[in-house]
Write a protein that binds this ligand. Structure first.
Ligand code: 3HC
Length: 284
């Protein structure tokens, strides 16, 4: 298998800019694809701010920061960004039709030997792979927010993913200083199949009047040593994203244990989505 040197990341939002950050910091050439110049600027500013914070904490040098920034090449269209890439990682919102149209375009323009990966948190890797002509070179590479800090990469094998591709992605994840953990393609994989029912149950505790949000979170932080309580974490992830993932679990398994709490549905309907809207279970 040829070595991966150039990586294209499609999407510069929270996850995308974090993924670009870690690849650039670890010596890869990175092509960042966004749809508008203002989104490119926003992603680059965030990456620069996060790298500068690492410089001020003396975790990296100023030279490391500027070299990482220089390795990032922004693009406003997919063909130019992927035509020389060895690995293409999609990190756009959790919408199957959007991801499908992106992968169809990527598949047309990426070199035959390139690996295609999705950072999806719950959409089937097998189903995404099937929209391309290379399902054996398609894989899930699931990062966690904040990407520069969280150690895990959940590596998800689709039905047809080639073993060599899995090995290559595991080894690239290690080069990023991450710990890759393999999983097979089932709704929510491991991470969200375990995390989302916990978050949902915490919301049911509030819904049924068991405890106030801050008390639910205190129990899990102080009693279970979680760095964030489940409701703070739900706000951080985005309540809309939590609801989408629960719906994927519910639809995928047809099991009522994944039924989203009506309070979560109501909060999403009200536009209270957590950190990104300034209000969720807590205010920001
Ligand atoms: N980039 C770079 N560094 C960052 C950062 C970022 N975006 N955000 C935080 N950091 C660094 C800080 O600089 C700090 O560094 P230091 O240890 O050198 O001082 C360190 O991370 C800790 O940050 P803070 O001191 O600001 O705050 P906390 O100690 O409260 O930690 C946290 C913040 C790391 C977010 C911690 O609360 C945490 O681990 N929370 C849980 C996060 C989690 O569970 N994420 C997974 C979400 S699920 C997901 O992403 C999957 C999806 O499919 C839903």
């Amino acid at each position: 298998m040829s070595e991966v040197k150039t990586v294209a990341v499609i999407g510069g939002g929270t996850m995308g800019n974090g993924i670009v950050h870690v690849f650039a910091m670890n010596g890869f050439d990175v092509k960042l694809v966004e749809t508008k110049q203002e989104f490119v600027d926003r992603a680059m500013n965030t990456i620069d701010k996060n790298l500068s914070r690492m410089v001020s904490k003396e975790k990296i040098s100023e030279k490391d920061r500027s070299e990482a920034i220089d390795r990032i090449q922004p693009h406003l269209n997919i063909p130019g960004a992927v035509m020389e890439a060895d690995l293409i990682i999609e990190a756009v919102p959790e919408n199957f039709e959007l991801k499908k149209s992106i992968f169809e375009e990527v598949d047309k323009h990426a070199p035959d030997q390139a690996i295609l990966a999705s950072n999806t948190s719950s959409i089937s890797i097998t189903k995404l792979a099937a929209v391309t002509g290379r399902p054996s070179r398609f894989i899930g590479m699931h990062f966690f927010n904040p990407v520069p800090v969280m150690k895990l990469v959940e590596v998800i094998n689709g039905l047809d993913t080639d073993e060599e591709v899995t090995k290559s992605i595991m080894s690239i994840s290690e080069k990023l200083g991450k710990v890759p953990v393999p999983a097979n393609d089932f709704p929510g994989f491991v991470s969200n199949r375990v995390l989302m029912p916990m978050i949902n149950e915490a919301i049911f505790c509030v819904h049924e009047g068991v405890a106030e949000p801050e008390h639910v979170d205190q129990v899990m932080k102080l009693g279970m040593a979680h760095p964030m309580g489940p409701l703070r974490l739900a706000d951080f992830i985005g309540l809309d994203v939590c609801l989408d993932i629960l719906n994927v679990l519910y639809d995928g398994f047809k099991d009522p244990k994944y039924r989203a709490c009506p309070l979560l549905v109501k909060m999403v309907d009200a536009g209270k989505l957590g950190d990104k809207t300034g209000e969720g279970f807590f205010t920001y």
